[in-house]
Write a protein that binds this ligand. Structure first.
Ligand code: IMP
Ligand code: MG
Length: 179
């Protein structure tokens, strides 16, 4: 696995430090609120697992899975719900936990959908942000790292479902895509 990585963009140490700091900030901002962390599967599971343990106030969690139609490394903007949330969202201060904010099409769709279900508030926490690629008018309320327009894998992010268990965020060697 390691041999397919061209370079590391964010190290394990940097991830740990930033995610812990974000957990502290969320704990301050959501004190006295009804926090529900919603992880968007599968890419955000590693971030979610670390972030929720860095949150020191009471928090509930739920999961949803969506797929954006389109192949390879580009999203089409058409989103399909694969697995919906278990909880009724009324009265919750929902924090959507995402792996990466790219075009923003996925998060725009999810945010509108969940808002319509009676949430008290809704915000977005993303591990990575690629602002140069934005198409939808979506901004992350919280993010850990701004990254350039490169396709990244690891710490939950995949290429063709692989590399999610790589512990840092890296860029693949070009020959991996042409295999
Ligand atoms: P968006 O709808 O274009 O913002 O795409 C968001 C989704 O596309 C993410 O949740 C990822 O699953 C996927 N994605 C976007 N960029 C990357 C990347 O660099 N590596 C891996 N997955 C990515
Ligand atoms: Mg993905």
């Amino acid at each position: 696995m390691k041999n397919d990585i061209l370079k590391i963009l964010v190290t394990e140490e940097e991830l740990k430090e930033k995610v812990n700091a974000l957990g502290e900030q969320i704990s301050r901002d959501y004190k006295g609120k009804n926090l529900l962390m919603v992880s968007v599967l599968k890419g955000s599971v590693v971030f979610m697992a670390d972030l929720m343990r860095a949150v020191t106030i009471p928090a509930k969690i739920d999961f949803m899975a969506v797929s954006s139609y389109g192949s390879g490394t580009k999203t089409s903007g058409v989103v399909k719900i694969i697995k919906d949330l278990d909880l009724d969202l009324h009265g919750y201060d929902v924090l959507i936990v995402e792996d990466i904010l790219d075009s923003g099409m996925t998060l725009q769709y999810i945010t509108e959908l969940l808002k319509a279900r009676g949430t008290k508030s809704i915000k977005i926490a993303t591990l990575l942000d690629k602002p140069s690629r934005r198409k939808a008018p979506i901004k992350a309320d919280y993010f850990c790292f701004d990254i350039p327009d490169e396709f990244v894998v690891g710490y939950g992010l995949d290429y063709d479902e692989a590399y999610r268990n790589f512990p840092a965020v890296g860029v693949l060697k070009p020959e991996v895509y042409t295999k």
